[in-house]
Ligand binder design. Structure first.
Ligand code: GLA
Length: 398
């Protein structure tokens, strides 16, 4: 564990002791992620290339000291402690989720989805207490939610003796996010949180869920992956994300295919005749982005990571102009990083705020940081938070 990571694990233990008056039996954790490329392709059955980062969410856990058949959750980021009887989980989710405090829908939703996915009768597992602490920035597009879901899934699977593989645990996390929280997201973030590897990205086919580990070799190439957190908060449970997803589904339906994965550039002239301009551009983003993921994987393998810059830049332009999910702060971050010598840069994650990433030669990192900070100041934006991330391991017991 890194120093911040050890601190977050200690914080999870401390909040556990404070709220529950007992000691946990251990801590488990899962990482946030950045997506190198492949945005809004996951729910279109397409390709993505995310990697887990060193920032993690930790959860301390112990079976209930009082033997109650209940799940109780606390965290350092909310004052509320929430609790449901094990037998109640399937009554509350998804229809009565509004009765649960918003943040608690993630871990309690995972408890529900895990029991359901494994066919476990809730009356045969012990009640548990869970306490969370995190150093994944919230609302930054770095999947703080998938980190909570991943940590909860591995902790509860251990505590309840449930043996599901990593892909099944990722699906549990996605179900919690979709149905217990109500955010219509794909599976990329949960797969990254569960399958992450040091120094590597996960090349995921979101239709088959076949995952390949792609060595990134950033350090050997003298590169750093810099995150520029704009501080502009977003939520995928509301608004734009769902609208984009609906537009993709419209496009696929118009072409008579199950998902945009099945559409190629050759189909685009026909599509132009049968859908409106907005739907056409949404589809074009997804179709070209899928190809950029494949090109990025091939380029990394054949030429190394320094050669992927243009693909990152093209991805950003497509999200800005065709998918229209960028914001001025993200565009400013990308432009400033490129003008200060970044190899490539793009917004990462669902959009409408959050973070941009820039791939930068080690000796240009300070120049990129300074240029971005200055560009934000002169545009009148609040100062961004800028830090480097390293590809890291997925969810595990600490
Ligand atoms: C969010 C979602 C993911 C994915 C990205 C966009 O992070 O959780 O499933 O759709 O947006 O690529």
């Amino acid at each position: 564990m890194t120093a911040t990571d050890t601190r977050a694990a200690a914080a999870a233990r401390a909040i556990f002791a404070e709220r529950f008056g007992a000691e946990p039996i251990g801590t488990w954790s899962a990482p946030g992620r950045v997506n190198l490329i492949g945005e809004h392709t996951d729910y279109n059955d397409g390709f993505v290339l995310p990697f887990a980062i060193q920032h993690r969410t930790h959860v301390a856990l112990a079976p209930r000291a009082d033997g109650a058949l209940r799940v109780r959750v606390a965290s350092t980021f909310e004052d509320t402690t929430a609790e449901l009887a094990l037998a109640e989980l399937a009554e509350v989710f998804p229809g009565r989720r509004d009765e649960v405090p918003e943040w608690a829908r993630y871990p309690l939703g995972v408890a529900w989805a895990l029991l359901a996915a494994s066919g476990t009768d809730p009356s045969i597992v012990p009640g548990v207490d869970l306490a969370f602490a995190s150093d994944v920035p919230v609302g930054a597009g770095l999947s703080s939610s998938a980190a909570i879901e991943g940590a909860t899934a591995v902790a509860l699977a251990d505590a309840w003796g449930i043996s599901l593989d990593r892909v099944a645990l990722a699906k549990v996390g996605r179900r919690a996010e979709n149905e217990a929280v109500g955010a219509p997201t794909g599976i990329m973030d949960q797969m990254a949180a569960l399958l992450g590897r040091a120094d590597a990205a996960i090349f995921l086919d979101c239709r088959s869920l076949d995952a390949q580990v792609i060595d990134l070799g950033f350090a050997d190439a003298g590169l750093e992956l810099v995150v520029i957190d704009t501080g502009v908060k977003h939520s995928h449970a509301t608004g734009g994300y769902g609208e984009r997803r609906a537009a993709c589904e419209r496009g696929a339906a118009a072409l008579g295919v199950p998902a945009l994965r099945d559409v190629t550039l050759d189909d685009m002239p026909r599509l132009a005749e049968i859908v409106d301009d907005v739907t056409f551009r949404r589809v074009r983003h997804v179709v070209t982005e899928d190809q950029r993921v494949l090109d990025t994987v091939r380029t990394i393998r054949e030429q190394g990571p320094t050669a992927i810059g243009d693909l990152l830049v093209a991805s950003h332009a497509s999200m800005r102009d065709d998918f229209e999910i960028s914001v001025p702060e993200l565009d400013t971050a990308v432009e400033a990083a490129l003008s200060a010598g970044a190899v490539g840069a793009r917004m990462t994650g669902g959009g409408f705020g959050g973070a941009a990433i820039a791939l930068v030669a080690r000796d240009r990192v300070q120049a990129v940081t300074d240029a971005t900070t200055a560009a934000f100041a002169s545009a009148g934006f609040a100062a961004p938070t800028i830090f480097s991330v390293t590809p890291s391991a997925g969810a595990a017991r600490d």
